[in-house]
Design a protein around this ligand. Sequence first.
Ligand code: NAP
Length: 891
Amino acid sequence: MLDASVSQTSESDVQQVDVVVVGAGFAGLYLIHRLRKAGFTAMGLESASDVGGTWYWNRYPGARCDIQTTDYSYTFDPELESAWKWSEKYATQPEILRYLGFVADRYDLRRDIRFGTQVEAATWDEAAQRWLLTTGNGTPVSCRYYIMASGCLSSPKPPEIAGVDDFKGEIYFTGRWPHEGVELAGKRVAIIGTGSSGIQATPMIADQAAHLTVFQRTPNFAYPAHNGPSPADRVAMLEKDRNDYREQARWSLVGVPLPRATDFSWQLTEAERRERFEKALAAGDLVVMLTQLWADQGVDAEGNALAADLIRERIRSIVKDPGTAEALTPRDHPFGSKRPCLETNYFATYNRANVTLVNLRQEPIERITGSGIKTDRRTIDVDVIVFATGFDAMTGAIMAVHPIAGRGGKSLSDVWANGPRTYLGLTVAGFPNLFMITGPGSPSVLSNMSVSIEQHADWVVDRLIEMRQAGFTTIEATETAQAGWTRHMADCSALTLHRLANTWYTGANVPGKAQGVMPYTGGVGPYRTICNDVVSRGMLGFKLNAPNGAEQCNDGEIVRLQPDVRLVLNMLADMNLPPLESLGAQGARAFVGEFNASRPAGRPVGEVVGGSLSGADGPLPYRLYRPATPGPHPMVVYFHGGGWVLGDEQSDDPFCRDMCRRTGMIFLSVGYRHAPEHRFPAAAEDGYAALRWIAEHAAELGGRPGPLLVAGWSAGGNIAAVTCQLARDRGGPEIAGQLLVCPVTDCTFDRPSYSDNATGYFLTRSLMYWFWDLYCSPADRTDPRVSPLRGKLEGLPPAFVATCEFDPLRDEGNAYAEALTAAGVPVEHLQARGHFHSSLTMVDVVITGANGRIQMAKALRRFAGLETGQDDGGVIQSRKVLSAEVSAAAE
Ligand code: NAP
């Protein structure tokens, strides 16, 4: 099949090519096309006898794609797009295989593919700076670049059940279904596994078999595919402007151009939520149900449970036998944390007389016998066993080439013994010139694969072209870049619920496999931006070498911010806002008011009431947040942020609500006076006066008798710190603890964070200068009532100090925590990695900030003498699960 243009060295019997591509599925075919067009000699090595990849092997009854065909297609060639018409919304396996054959023919790709060829080992030849591949068929191949396009779900998992060899009947694997088909009519069939393959195959097998017994270990979330012609609205969207549609897909979160829901579940009524669910159900689309219900469905267990309950309800409404319905109802993982499935008559199939469900949670399989399957309760005799037990996903096909020996002879299996580590899911440090397409660490299986494949193939081939132009012949990820990517991957997965389920996404389906979320959960569009940033920042994190000794290495980490912080800052940068300080105090207040109005509404608490208290020079407004739990509650006096100039008692509303819920305490937010109308020490004196008034009126406010707590963010953190000093010096009231979130503590601007984070992280150095100028004259700035770091610190209440890495105020906050400690004050200090000044208060926008708030709430409860363990103020269960991860996530 190979073209003569692939050069051969007759002396050594080793074929020499520029690039080897392993796999001739969606990825391999496109790569060969692009490489050839770019003038590289490329050879495909494919173990199957033809093109198709996963669609070559998965021929089981019912096999179809589960991304709509409008989206599950190549997009690189508009002529190809118009030359092919899909017949259905979700094409069958034979049609997809025909499509891939059509593509192979159209671009004459088969001539560069050696079929029936398994790559057995790959060794980096240090002297030649090339890979040497040995194969199960034909001569070895030497290549400059070695690309694994071997698929994420192509290595079927062994059955792991004792006695398989004893079985006298027929055995089939969905992932290796015989090409000639299987005759099931009149037979007693068992199917093991209820993932996507099992759910697609079950109704089809039930139609043919005399009896079908389904062996289910874990029930899955599934909803109807509503297959048929492609929906008119989707086709219209595509036809209206194909380029725009495709471009939107490339920058979307999952590779399908659908906007995500922006309303949170608690902003919708039950009827509204149900209406959205019914609409998503009617759409028959995996992505619609996963992204279009409400904004918190994929990141928050409570929002997720609302969606999961509706799907569960539907199962109960279809399956007639209540016991079977219950067994089919998924309860052990959040919806979407495991790949959900599209179904066609799956649940209804259990109403058939010839179908039985065996719940392996109640009666596990002991072994397979000569005649059937033995559980710990009985033996079920069958003629055929179908294993729909899944794949050694994401790493299985890569590791099947063994060894892949990189620099210094290191084997990839050893390097990945504790789980895959990659840079961008594309490369591995120590393995020069090796690329993976949709490898672990890239969006891959959490995306529309066709979009991700094209992006990866383009990125790789574009780099090879650039390297050729620059004279470089090797490329290798640095350890620093890879470690940074691994950390970013962990940060991203802490945002989603994927880590809460045992799935093939995490390696949990394969006994003994290292566990961890393998795909990149940060989204297709953000990932594409990052890959492009790597290039625009001089191939950041890669070392490039040329035969003449030239070397380029621009080392570093591509993402140091938390993923959601990065998105928020990018969004703010795109808005091109004028500097706040250029708007004047009134203009800045109006702007912040408008900005706050557009943020998600805070979550419900027991009660929110406004009122008025006595400040230092007249009445001040306040807002009180009361928990839903029975009182009286400990009270936290809260001071909002805003540089002593902006904000009011309502401006940190989501934060107060969230902390009220988490702590189970009253938060009372004080509307202290602002500069420039009221300059120093107005805010400080208001803070202290408010504390006194609240202490005197605690009982009537529903507060628990005894010491108060104080808290504040930013300039509010400054007021909180000052208030503690004043209360100590002026004879009370007693304070049980102080929470200082990114506080202003000192008047000098020479600490490194003022230059490291001077711009680009929303709170800028020049904005801080402006705040200081409006509030306090230079002569007063060393007064401890505005620079508490310069005050006496002994005898202050215990403190929780939170500082953020990318905040100009970071170092003065750190200095305050250190100085308090030195003064003998018990201090808990959270230094939030990858966060910016607003991370901890932008509730439901910067989701990763929740980890810090969990710690803060625990500290406040501890200060108040409450239990910190189980009761988190009625906050959702996931937060309890998450709390175990807090210390790891927020250093
Ligand atoms: P899967 O989702 O991993 O499902 C395997 C099933 O087998 C699970 O129910 C699993 O139970 C069960 N199982 C595994 N080992 C078992 C054992 N030793 N004893 C009893 N039960 C066992 O695999 P899949 O269904 O082949 O799907 C894999 C992925 O391929 C899908 O998630 C999807 O991404 C893709 N796929 C897509 C389509 C499509 O519609 N386009 C079709 C098929 C597959 P546990 O859950 O308890 O482990």
